[in-house]
Design a protein around this ligand. Structure first.
Ligand code: GLU
Length: 508
């Protein structure tokens, strides 16, 4: 069997959407799974839509997600250049081949003329298309004949090159995801292959490059499915064997109809881009999964299951496990609804799988930001001791500060709700007694504190909550927090007593 070669071919018209990353991911997984090559090609022939910074963004996003190309723009390879704007001579040569064999033709219709035709059709409630029904009435080499065509070309009149679609054929195309797709070529229009600025359109460049780069499988978004018949006809016109095709389902909004857009992200408070993006023109910023604290493995796992399933109940996969399991036959036909809560769920699961050392690396900057300065050696040690107490609650690194800030900074406020609920009239007196009792407790270990205090509480016939809840408020400023006794051990006796004093002062 021939070696699998697939490509991810983004257009640098802005930041890569998470749907784009999924396309890259499926290509990558398919290549790895079959021992093939994964190629990155930049499709930047539409100069009007080019956005500076987008190419770097694409590469950085793929690197972050661990979806590393084997070959392509910035990765080397012997079938380059891998940026289409550097290949214009190649396209011109191939378009000439189609003109010479009568499969494409020059068209001189000006944008104004075409616009007038469009409007005229619209006034009749129709849509203007350039094709077999009207091409002989328009300004092109088929209608004008060779003499006039040569004259116009020599006079330097602007032109485009259009593909000549022969009507009246039924095309049957197999798509690895969608099954058989059928089209009548009479329904197709004569698409532009070469624009008046000498640049190829997406269709031409895409076909020429996939052929020259030896692509065996084209795996891309469903929005390209309508172009498939044209692409197949182009392969045929060149006399080339077409690759196999797989069109991936859309990623749908969390609710309602339509595909997931950046606007949905804004409304729902979740990122739709892998990395933060600052629009170079408007200066607007868009959230990214990386900056929100998502682990790349969680992001990739979530994306993998958005349109594919492993055929069993498994949901948690590393990239390597995905490589072992992924194949195109389990890619869904219907749209995949994005669920932002599920994204958080994947993050939680992957975060919990990290070893302590790795979590420490991630939460250290969080604590440093909370404190506004680097951690001291002692605080680093403190972090190490606190982590086991709070790690289960962590979904994102930033959660560490929510659950652990009071280990570093004494509470300077006491949550009014908590106080109202648990700090009663009898509490101050009780806390004074507890303080005195704790002052005598030795050694200061969680188990000893727990044992002594429990005994003290039972011997006085007090409820545990009556004592422990206000104590918690004194230590953390609220009712949340991990095991109270473990916390006291880590805070140390002096700090524990000092915090009780401070609470008594503040709350009476
Ligand atoms: N440049 C196209 C895009 O941005 C590539 C489509 C394809 O993979 O053929 O999606």
């Amino acid at each position: 069997m021939e070696k699998v070669r697939v490509r991810f071919a983004p257009s640098p018209t802005g930041p890569l959407h998470m749907g784009g990353v999924r396309t890259a991911l499926y290509n990558y997984l398919f290549a790895r799974r079959h021992g093939g090559d994964f190629i990155l090609r930049i499709e930047d022939t539409d100069r009007t839509r080019y956005v500076p910074g987008a190419v770097d963004y694409i590469r950085e996003a793929l690197e972050w997600a661990g979806i590393r190309p084997d070959e392509g723009y910035g990765y080397g390879g012997d079938r380059g250049p891998y940026r289409q704007s550097e290949r214009t001579d190649i396209y011109r040569q191939y378009v000439q081949q189609l003109i010479d064999s009568g499969k494409a033709y020059y068209a001189f219709d000006t944008p104004e003329e075409l616009e007038a035709l469009r409007q005229e059709a619209a006034s009749r409630g129709e849509v203007f298309t350039y094709g077999h029904r009207n091409r002989m009435q328009l300004q092109n080499s088929l209608a004008l004949g060779p003499e006039e065509t040569r004259r116009r070309l020599e006079a330097g009149m602007p032109y485009v090159v259009r593909f000549k679609v022969e009507p009246g054929r039924r095309l049957r195309i197999r798509d690895l995801v969608r099954g058989e797709v059928e089209v009548d070529t009479s329904e197709l229009d004569d698409k532009v292959l070469l624009k008046s600025d000498g640049m190829p359109t997406y269709h031409l460049a895409n076909i020429v490059d996939d052929h020259l780069m030896g692509i065996t499988h084209v795996i891309r978004g469903e929005e390209w499915l309508p172009s498939l018949p044209l692409h197949v006809l182009l392969y045929e016109a060149f006399g080339w064997e077409p690759p196999r095709f797989a069109h991936l389902p859309l990623i749908l909004k969390p609710k309602g109809k339509g595909k997931l857009s950046k606007r949905d992200g804004e409304l729902g408070g979740f990122p739709v881009f892998p990395l933060k993006w600052k629009d170079p023109e408007t200066g607007r910023e868009w959230a990214g999964y990386r900056e929100e604290g998502y682990l790349p493995q969680a992001f990739v796992n979530m994306l993998a299951l958005l349109g594919w399933n492993p055929g069993d109940e498994r949901e948690i996969f590393t990239l390597d496990e995905l490589v072992e399991t992924f194949d195109l036959d389990r890619v869904h036909k219907s749209g995949a609804r994005f669920d932002p809560d599920k994204a958080v769920w994947f993050q939680h699961r992957h975060f919990q799988r990290l070893p302590d050392e790795q979590i420490l690396e991630l939460i250290r900057p969080v604590a440093e930001e909370g404190l506004g300065r680097p951690l001291t050696e002692a605080e680093l040690e403190l972090t190490r001791r606190v982590l086991p107490l709070v790690r289960e609650r962590l979904i994102f690194p930033r959660d560490y500060w929510t659950w652990a800030s009071y280990f570093y900074i004494p509470p300077h406020e006491y949550a009014p709700k908590a106080v109202k609920k648990q700090w009663k009239t009898a509490t101050p007196e009780l806390m004074r007694q507890v303080r005195a009792f704790l002052a005598e407790t030795e050694p200061w270990t969680a188990s000893r504190i727990k044992e002594n205090l429990s005994e003290w509480i039972t011997s006085r016939n007090l409820g545990f909550g009556k004592v422990l809840q206000p104590l918690r408020i004194a230590l953390t400023g609220d009712l949340k927090g991990p095991d109270l006794f473990a916390m006291m051990e880590i805070l140390g006796k002096d700090e524990t007593l000092a915090r009780i004093d401070r609470a008594l002062e503040a709350l009476g």
